[in-house]
Ligand binder design. Structure first.
Ligand code: ADP
Ligand code: MG
Length: 243
């Protein structure tokens, strides 16, 4: 893990909490309840990775940094990419052409896409891979406690592939995981409990998101001794993630 790079989230507060931004060669998990801002952060970072290095992205004068967006829930919106690009004065058409959008229809498809990325990433200048959400299909296909072990085994294989991809090609990986607001509902399922996250055995950074008043959101890092404690407040605006 010699040299890593960082991508700005668009919020200085959130970047500081993350020790500078979303890091390459690692998985960053955003987990939180519905509407906590997971998908909006994914959109914003898919734009921001394309900024020049001095502005918090990973593009160099000769090579634009590209993103892969694996959408499992159908919540991706090109209009959001457009609005978030204009914010930085980037050409929205160019930004959109540098996002490889893939809709994953089930967990096998989702895993096959990541396998295929081992062929695509080295050919293109892909610096960011997003899986929003990483857990949705797995939960739908392996419901209940009786399927928990099988589901986790498969999900762990998926996470392992993502982590290899990140390390080998110096790519940042962002995954999201929706958790329930009510603690007792999914008792026994660690990925769905409040404070639950999928990366509990895998390396990476886990960020819990909570709703605050209006468009304010609160982020907190969960068990990462190398990162500062505390919380960051950020906002979801119509032009994107901001302070
Ligand atoms: P999650 O993926 O965690 O369920 P989202 O990232 O989809 O949550 O966040 C949804 C929230 O983002 C909405 O509740 C809304 O507050 C905010 N949001 C979405 N689109 C816009 C927009 N165009 N302008 C301002 N806020 C928006
Ligand atoms: Mg979402």
């Amino acid at each position: 893990r010699l040299q890593t790079h960082k991508i700005t989230t668009g919020s200085r507060n959130l970047d500081d909490l993350l020790g500078g931004g979303i890091e390459t060669k690692t998985i960053t998990e955003f987990f939180g309840e519905f509407g906590s801002g997971k998908t909006q952060i994914c959109h914003q970072v898919a734009v921001n990775v394309q900024l020049p290095i001095e502005k918090g992205g990973l593009s160099t004068p000769d090579k634009m940094a590209k993103a892969v967006y694996i959408d499992t829930e159908g919540t991706f919106r090109w209009e959001r990419i457009e609005a978030m690009s204009k914010r930085w004065g980037l050409d929205p058409d160019e930004v959109m052409s540098n996002i490889l959008y893939i809709r994953a229809i089930n967990s096998d498809h989702q895993m096959a896409i990541v396998d295929e990325l081992f062929n695509i990433v080295p050919k293109e200048n892909i610096k960011l891979v997003i899986v929003d959400s990483v857990t949705g299909h797995f939960r739908a296909e392996y419901p209940g406690r009786e399927n928990l072990a099988a589901r986790q085994q498969k999900l762990n294989r998926h996470l392992h592939q993502l982590s290899r991809l990140a390390e080998i090609y110096d790519v940042a990986v962002i995954i999201t995981n929706q958790v329930m607001a009510k603690p007792d509902v999914f008792y026994g399922d660690p990925t769905q409990a409040v404070g639950g996250h999928v990366l509990y055995h895998a390396p990476g950074v886990r960020v819990q998101l909570r709703k605050s008043r209006g468009n304010k959101r609160i982020a907190r890092i969960v068990d990462a001794p190398h990162l500062p404690e505390g919380e960051a407040v950020f906002m979801i605006t119509d032009y994107g993630i901001a302070d």
